[in-house]
Design a protein around this ligand. Structure first.
Ligand code: AGP
Length: 603
């Protein structure tokens, strides 16, 4: 995924664009660049690596302008270097692009002036194609319409045309927003990137293009002027600052009690202690659920499967989006297909949702970004109230996904008379305790930091759990991999003896996740098998469990005692903190780990 920005103003915009790019860096950060127009001449500055490199370049090779486009990249086609960095330009057109042009090779083959291509990217052809249309005499609108017809794939574009004092934006398949200011207007990949400038946002629809001036914005679709609602985004500049934390991820880990508190208040009437969730699709007719997601969001599904099976008594099927879309599965009328996504822009999940919609199945999504593609494509959607999540490693979005899924499971259980009114009230009482339980757990962060200091040099780490804790083990391994670059694997604890236990020796820390519940003893036995082979065990349990497991544990971290339903919500915190502190000890880039982007908008 990449970040796009554009500004048209009465004053110089170069510094403002750098500020905005820094807010968008979570979308991709392997290279960056910007372009402006001076005396009808396109001028670019581009740099590989972090945006600070572009800033340094501008310090000794400055440019000025009141109209510009900017881009921060996560490479898809072409290495992350200066040549492949955006903007890409001809003498007449400069573009920045987020997405993938699937037919770029065909377009290259058709270009008269192939030797003018400088980069290895799919994006550069857009500048040449648009230049050709303009040189054939088509005006801006007609040229953009021809571009929309020609390009295949997903794209959000920011465009400058050397002899036009206009900022142009085009959207098809990748998100793009318009920001409205005073004597200046903006385009951006999302509201986070526009937060430094404005809270007045419109989202373009597929096939839209916009022509912006300092005091006017025109949006077109199919050649006709269209209106797009202007919303006031809740994302403020403050909400995307680090707030005194060294890393966004650390801030977002500590925001979880608040995020869950907000989510709780939105779903539970605290006076009557009853659910207040209105949903067209979540009703007693649902007899089967399929849940589809990627990465951390898929682990939220793996936890929630137990809740739907336990509380609503229905079968649940789970798959990762990049696999499910190729399966030939029919969906019954009383089945609901859930799509879980923090960004709402994960291409694998979108592509799967588009396939499933063709079958006529009912689709429901849980996303953290309103107006995102997945929210717009689903029959019904629920917004998690985590607030903007900037750290690439998902934390507060994960626990708010879990909380939302648990509420839906309770709602379905009540609707199907599987959960009695008394049981509902007991569960709600337990849920109301979650924010304070999280706070108490986070207050013991130093214990996790000490454990991290003991194991951060490991080359391999195993995470073990059973039931819901198996999903937490998978999530813990992913967190560690993606921000510390240590190889880690999550395993079903019972599965270790069927082969992977061969990996165990004194150099392989084994994180056992075993809260007190009916399968505690089973997991404890699996850890004993590890101990017998010299493995170093870190047990994540609760006070009761700690007493039983301390003889074989090198380290123990106890979460607050809580109901079994709520355990996964609390267990998420120590595994997030462990990955965070290990990465800090290793000195990796916690918020922008190598090779990654916050939302993967390519397949
Ligand atoms: C999680 O820490 C990772 N950044 C990644 O696995 C992420 O969960 C996955 O790419 C799915 O993203 P989404 O929730 O925005 O769809």
């Amino acid at each position: 995924m990449c970040g796009i920005l554009g500004i048209i103003s009465k004053k110089d915009i170069i510094t403002a664009m750098i500020d905005g790019l820094k807010k968008l860096a979570y979308r991709g950060y392997d290279s960056s660049g910007l372009a402006t127009i001076n005396d009808k001449t396109i001028i670019k500055r581009r740099a590989s690596g972090k945006i600070e490199n572009l800033e340094k370049l501008l310090e000794h090779d400055p440019i000025k302008g009141n109209l510009g486009i900017a881009h921060t990249r996560w490479a898809t086609h072409g290495a992350p270097n200066e040549i492949n960095a955006h903007p890409h330009a001809t003498s007449k057109v400069a573009i920045v692009h987020n997405g993938i042009i699937e037919n770029y090779k065909d377009i290259i083959a058709e270009l008269k002036n192939k030797n003018l291509l400088n980069s290895e990217t799919d994006s550069e052809v857009i500048a040449h194609l648009l230049t050709n249309f303009l040189e054939e005499g088509f005006d801006i609108n007609k040229s953009i319409m021809k571009l929309l017809e020609k390009l295949k794939g997903a794209f959000a574009l920011g465009i400058l045309i050397s002899n036009e004092n206009k900022l142009i934006a085009v959207r098809k398949g990748s998100p793009l927003a318009i920001g409205y200011g005073e004597n200046q207007n903006y385009i951006g990949s999302d509201a986070v990137g526009l937060a430094p400038y404005t809270k007045k946002i419109s989202y373009l629809e597929d096939g839209d293009w916009a022509v912006l001036d300092v005091d006017k914005v025109e949006i077109f679709n199919q050649g006709k002027l269209v209106n797009r609602d202007i919303n006031i985004t809740s994302i403020s500049r403050l909400s995307i600052e680090k707030g005194g934390f060294k890393h966004y991820m650390h801030k977002e880990i500590h925001e979880q009690p608040t995020a869950i508190g907000e989510t709780l208040k939105s779903f539970i009437d605290l006076d009557t202690k009853s659910l207040k969730l209105n949903s067209k699709l979540f009703n007693e007719s649902i007899s089967r659920i399929t849940m589809i997601a990627c990465g951390t969001s898929s682990y939220a599904c793996k936890v929630a499967r137990f809740w739907f099976e336990k509380l609503a008594g229905i079968p649940v099927h789970i798959d990762i989006a990049s696999e499910y879309r190729y399966r030939n599965i029919t969906h019954s009328d009383n089945e609901l297909v859930l799509f879980i996504s923090q960004s709402g822009e994960t291409r694998d999940t979108i592509a799967c949702l588009e396939e499933i919609k063709k079958t006529g199945a009912k689709t429901f999504s849980i996303v953290n970004v309103s107006e995102s593609s997945i929210a717009r494509l689903s029959d019904e959607t629920i917004l998690t109230l985590a607030g903007p999540e900037i750290g690439v490693a998902s934390t507060k979005a994960f626990t708010t996904q879990l909380f939302t899924l648990l509420i839906l499971a309770v709602k379905l259980g009540v609707a199907k008379n599987k959960v009695s009114p008394d049981e509902e009230k007991t569960i709600i009482d337990d849920l109301i305790e979650v924010p304070s339980l999280m706070t108490k757990t986070l207050n013991n962060e130093d214990k996790i930091r000490n454990i991290a200091s003991e194991i951060y040099t490991a080359r391999d780490v195993l995470y073990l759990g059973r039931g819901e804790a198996h999903a937490i083990a998978l999530e813990g391994a992913l967190k560690l991999k993606e921000i510390s670059y240590i190889h880690a694997e999550g395993y079903a604890a019972g599965e270790l003896k069927h082969g992977p236990i061969a990996l165990v020796d004194e150099n392989v820390p084994v994180i056992g996740i075993l809260p007190t519940n009916k399968i505690f003893n089973k997991t404890a036995s699996n850890l004993a098998e590890v101990y017998a082979r010299g493995g170093k065990i870190i047990s994540i349990t609760d006070q009761k469990g700690a007493k039983k497991i301390n003889d074989i544990s090198s380290y123990i971290f106890s979460i607050e005692e809580c109901s079994e339903l709520c355990q996964p919500l609390i267990l998420a915190l120590p595994i997030q903190l462990l990955a965070y502190h290990i990465a800090v000890f290793k000195g990796t880039d916690v918020d922008q780990p190598r090779n990654l982007a916050k939302s993967v908008t390519v397949e």
